[in-house]
Ligand binder design. Structure first.
Ligand SMILES: [Fe+2]
Ligand SMILES: [Fe+2]
Length: 167
């Protein structure tokens, strides 16, 4: 096996967290979709897809490293939201937490001198820079427009989707 059992366990936990993030973003997308805010919904549908891709990257890495995939239980996401800002701030907080989780995985890989895992995790470190900065932008765009002018946010997102298309 190309990774220690404790690293495999931690990677399995991360699969669950990425799937949890995907579900949380889907719940937010549903909220905006039901309010006819289609651009905001689209932003979060895309984000949900990305999180599933992240989960699958960890998933395949575990298998390639010769570990066993053990999917953890995933908590139900929050599905009621008072404001658009609440949705964006929840997402920003989440992305900051994920950044710390990725650092935790890097620490484990470092302790194990696992250079294969370190190189694999590098991609996620860079990805988090983009994720946090995207959510920061969304919070600030929503704040500037205000809750009564979410159609401006829609117009903004139609011009500046903020999230890049998946590679
Ligand atoms: Fe992610
Ligand atoms: Fe993310």
């Amino acid at each position: 096996m190309l990774a220690s059992q404790r690293l495999i366990d931690a990677l399995n936990a991360q699969v669950g967290r990425e799937m949890g993030a995907s579900m949380q973003y889907l719940a937010i997308a549903a909220h905006f979709d039901s309010e006819d805010l289609k651009q905001l919904a689209q932003f979060f549908y895309r984000q949900a897809d990305e999180e599933r891709e992240h989960a699958m990257k960890f998933f395949h890495f575990i298998l390639e490293a010769g570990g066993r995939v053990e999917l953890p239980q995933i908590e139900a996401p929050q599905s009621q939201f008072a404001t658009a800002k609440e949705c964006a701030e929840l997402s920003l907080t989440w992305e900051k937490e994920v950044t710390q989780q990725i650092y935790g995985l890097v620490d484990l890989a470092k302790e194990d001198n696992n250079y294969i895992a370190l190189r694999f995790l590098d991609w996620f470190v860079t990805e988090q820079l983009e994720e946090v900065s995207t959510m920061n932008s969304l919070v600030s765009v929503i704040e500037r427009a205000g809750e009564d002018r979410l159609l401006w946010v829609e117009e903004y997102l139609a011009r500046e989707p903020l999230v890049e298309e998946a590679e």
